[in-house]
Design a protein around this ligand. Structure first.
Ligand code: PEP
Length: 239
């Protein structure tokens, strides 16, 4: 089971260091769960330092496909690797929606990160309109296939199923809806699959109990140490 916290545009270096120190204390006794935090780029170094010697991984929220070059504002996989960062998210729906990232670009980012030795969480998910018009599987197929074509079932690749309508809305997918989407994605690409979309300490167990849900990518509820730790505890095998 893997629980990853996507902090989005929250927490500068100081707040990050304090959060990571508190998280370290909270998770001391949680066994059997892989935990990762994904701070903004400027806070990655603080997280790497504060979590050194623990099992908590630090991942970036995005990564560019080029190792270097004329790409103002971007960060490359070798740069992250040099910083001691373990992995990166690619293709988050906010990147697709607000920054025009395409299936092809997401696949290139995933490929470059894996080549550089990073672990990758690649996000896929349908919008409310796509679900309502019966296009969920078509969208998941196009997004997942682009990643599969670029990298295949790489052992450092994780997919996150994040229905756009469930992100930051409080409208969590039901365990049955999430399970159905995960089983479909797994039929296309057999790698670990996280669920993301309004996961909180109350709904985590029911979602994580589903056979094809291998963990969670948590946004809002990962910003608070107590709620993020509670979700990590809910993922522990004995809970
Ligand atoms: C996310 O942005 O990856 C996410 C799942 O957000 P939230 O948990 O806030 O819905």
């Amino acid at each position: 089971m893997l629980i990853a916290g996507n902090w989005k545009l929250h927490k500068g270096p100081e707040e990050t260091a304090a959060f990571c120190r508190a998280l370290r204390d909270q998770l001391e006794w949680v066994d059997g769960v892989d935990v990762a935090v994904c701070p903004p780029f400027v806070s990655l170094s603080a997280a790497v330092q504060a979590l050194a010697g623990t099992n908590v991984a630090v991942a970036a929220q995005n990564v560019h496909w080029a190792a270097e070059g004329a790409f103002t504002g971007e960060i490359s996989a070798p740069m992250l690797f040099e910083l001691g960062v373990y992995g990166a998210i690619v293709g988050h729906s906010e990147r697709r929606q607000y920054f025009g990232e395409s299936d092809e670009g997401v696949a290139r980012r995933a490929h470059a990160a894996l080549e550089a030795g990073l672990w990758v969480i690649a996000c896929v998910g349908e919008s409310a309109e796509e679900r309502e018009s019966g296009e969920t599987e078509l969208v998941l197929k196009l997004q997942t296939q682009a990643i599969a074509d670029a990298v295949g079932p790489h052992d450092q690749l994780t997919i996150a199923y994040e229905p756009v309508w469930a992100i930051g809305t409080g409208n969590t997918a039901t365990p049955d809806q999430a399970q159905a989407a995960h089983a479909f994605i797994r039929s296309l690409l057999d790698v670990p699959i996280l669920y993301g979309g309004s996961v909180n300490p109350e709904n985590a167990s029911d979602l994580l109990d589903q056979p094809d849900i291998d963990g969670a990518l948590v946004g809002g509820a990962s910003l608070d140490v107590a709620s993020f730790s509670a979700i990590c505890r809910a993922a522990a095998p004995s809970s």
